[in-house]
Design a protein around this ligand. Sequence first.
Ligand code: SAH
Length: 224
Amino acid sequence: MNRIGIIGAMGSEVEHLREMMHGREETVAAGRTFYAGKIGNIDVVLVCSGIGKVNSAMSAQILIDRFGVDAIINTGIAGGAKDAKVRDVVVSTEAAYHDMELRLVALSHPYTEQFAADEALVKKAEKACAECGIACHLGKIATGDQFISDKRIKEDIVSRLDPNAVEMEGGAVAHVCAANRVPFVIIRSISDNADDGAEIDFDTFEQLAADDAAKIVVAMLKQM
Ligand code: SAH
């Protein structure tokens, strides 16, 4: 891999990665600052995209078009589903929208309802979790433009998609990567259970979980 794009939605998800970068150069595009430099020996371009599908999609496309990245890692936090508990990490095997009719997604290129993550990147992420002593779940990420903090809404999403994590960007990054044939993986540390206690848990665990995800990214880059 020559150059890796890294997307986090919020400052809490990118700050420590940005501090670790050396030879950092800044470019502003679409109102976002893209940080190009190195983490260890690996060339990376890091961006804080903003929350939600459009923000993360445009950031992914800019990473591909303007910075020529060979792969994208989406790092951050998420609400946990099934057996993924707070501070566990979910590594995407695939990603899908929970707020769009999937048959309509599949009507246009790349003609799939769900987007498969790159197997080699998934393996690296799994290994990185083991090295960091963090519980790792391989599974689906469900993405939509909504903070899920209601048990019934979560149950509806789980019944339709069976994800391990719900969040607001991964599926859009995955969609852009699939359309451009760029390998991707989504690394999400669980900050809350996407249920009625989600707001409180989010405030308590946001930075801790974001740091765990960033740690996994750094451990992955060491394997490249
Ligand atoms: N309560 C916060 C919410 C920010 S949005 C606030 O009002 O400031 C939540 C961000 O964290 C998104 O980037 C999303 O990807 C992730 N996330 C974490 N838990 C989530 C959940 N339960 N539902 C949806 N997104 C979640």
